[in-house]
Design a protein around this ligand. Structure first.
Ligand code: NAD
Ligand code: TYD
Length: 350
């Protein structure tokens, strides 16, 4: 691959992936970062990359729902590989307003597949980024494998499940060289502060309430974002065409434990609240999310055994790195915490 199209490269995982590819991996080609710049996309996160890799990196503002513009971009940049991150990604938003999830996640993916199909053998690989949420909610002791059947419960996960099926169908029907990865919850630098971990870090720093949904006992399997990026590149480099790989960290945690850990780390790193009150006292249990999945947990045996991938960070080391990143990057935080995001938070939590 010489001209890799990364969709959604101004979002959380896309930014980390582009940094990883250019700064750390053995990829030698060019990256075309295509992003609509919704509330979740922030091209400022890559402004140093734009300068330092001017010959290998280009940003293009475009919407994957607009097939005509996409078609021009495919040809102008001689796209021969795709890593598809672009999506509406927040479950709570999908519950409040599913339209954009259907448009971007399903129609947008379909457009990319059709344009790839039209170009015959020119596309060497189409890697589709998906989530473990397509499998639904797990009972205790079980794990999601690549053979687990799909049972999505939110408009977000249903739209991602639809896109996964389309991608797979284009392999079976048209022999488009696809790979798919289904990953557990990510955390790390550049994550938009509507998701659990950055929201809790920033709220506690501002001495605001920490809203934990329901009883706080829902379990997520947390993976540090750089580990997700190394897994994606491993699949693109060595994975078998037509295959799906699950990616997870074997880091199952109840939400309440995650929030308590953040509070305890910040008590030590920056000090307790006024009057020496522990930050845990900010925790506030709020009405549960409708259709809230109880537990996610990934079995990564396939990618471990077949491709030799393993995560590097434990939850403790990854969380400390993440907290430090948010403390060191106040300006980035200020820039994203404005406009539509604040309005939405107000409407959602007030
Ligand atoms: P994000 O919301 O931070 O970023 C999404 C990016 O896509 C943004 O830059 C946004 O501007 C862009 N985008 C949205 N609609 C678009 C459109 N119509 N055209 C072009 N660009 C558009 O999301 P993220 O957390 O970085 O997730 C990236 C991908 O990884 C998604 O496909 C998501 O489903 C998947 N995923 C995320 C997680 C997680 O924990 N964050 C876990 C597993 C899988
Ligand atoms: P989130 O980061 O939105 O990811 P996802 O819904 O894709 O798993 O949420 C992670 C977990 O944290 C999920 O069980 C919902 C819960 N949660 C809260 O308890 N409070 C919050 O304010 C948020 C955003 C999430």
């Amino acid at each position: 691959m010489k001209n890799l199209l990364v969709t959604g490269g101004a979002g959380f995982i896309g930014v980390n992936f582009i940094r990883y590819l250019l700064e750390e991996s053995d990829y030698e080609g060019r990256i075309i970062n295509l992003d609509k710049l919704t509330y979740a996309g922030n091209p400022e996160s890559l402004c140093d990359i734009e300068t330092n890799y001017a010959d290998r990196y280009v940003f293009v503002k475009a919407d994957i729902v607009d097939r005509d513009s996409l078609s021009v971009i495919f040809d102008k940049y001689e796209i021969d590989g795709i890593c598809h991150f672009a999506a509406e990604s927040h479950v709570d938003r999908s519950i409040a307003s599913p339209d954009e999830f259907i448009n971007t996640n399903i129609i947008g993916t379909y457009n990319l597949l059709e344009l790839s199909r039209e170009r015959g053998g020119r596309i060497k690989q189409f890697h589709h980024i998906s989530t473990d949420e397509v499998f639904g909610s797990l009972e205790e002791e079980k794990y999601f494998t690549e053979l687990t059947s799909y049972k999505p419960n939110s408009p977000y996960s249903a739209s991602k499940a639809s896109s996964d099926h389309l991608v797979r169908a284009y392999f079976k029907t048209y022999e488009l060289p696809i790979t798919i990865s289904n990953c557990s919850n990510n955390y790390g630098p550049f994550q938009f502060p509507e998701k659990l971990i950055p929201l809790m870090i920033l709220n506690t720093l501002e001495d605001k309430a920490l809203p934990v949904y329901g009883d706080g006992l829902n379990i997520r399997d947390w993976l540090y974002v750089r580990d997700h990026c190394t897994a994606i590149w491993t699949i693109m480099d060595k994975g078998r065409i037509g295959e799906t790989y699950n990616i997870g960290g074997r880091n199952e945690m109840e939400n309440i434990k995650v929030v308590e850990m953040i509070c305890d780390y910040l008590d030590v790193i920056v000090g307790t609240r006024p009057n020496r009150e522990k930050r845990r006292s900010l925790i506030s249990f709020v009405t549960d999310r409708p259709g809230h999945d109880r537990r996610y947990a990934i079995d990564s045996t396939k990618i471990n055994n077949e491709l030799g991938w393993k995560p590097v960070e434990s939850f403790e080391t990854g969380l400390l790195k993440t907290i430090k990143w948010y403390l060191d990057n106040e300006e980035w935080v200020e820039n994203v915490r404005s406009g539509e995001y604040l309005d939405w938070i107000k409407a959602h939590y007030s």
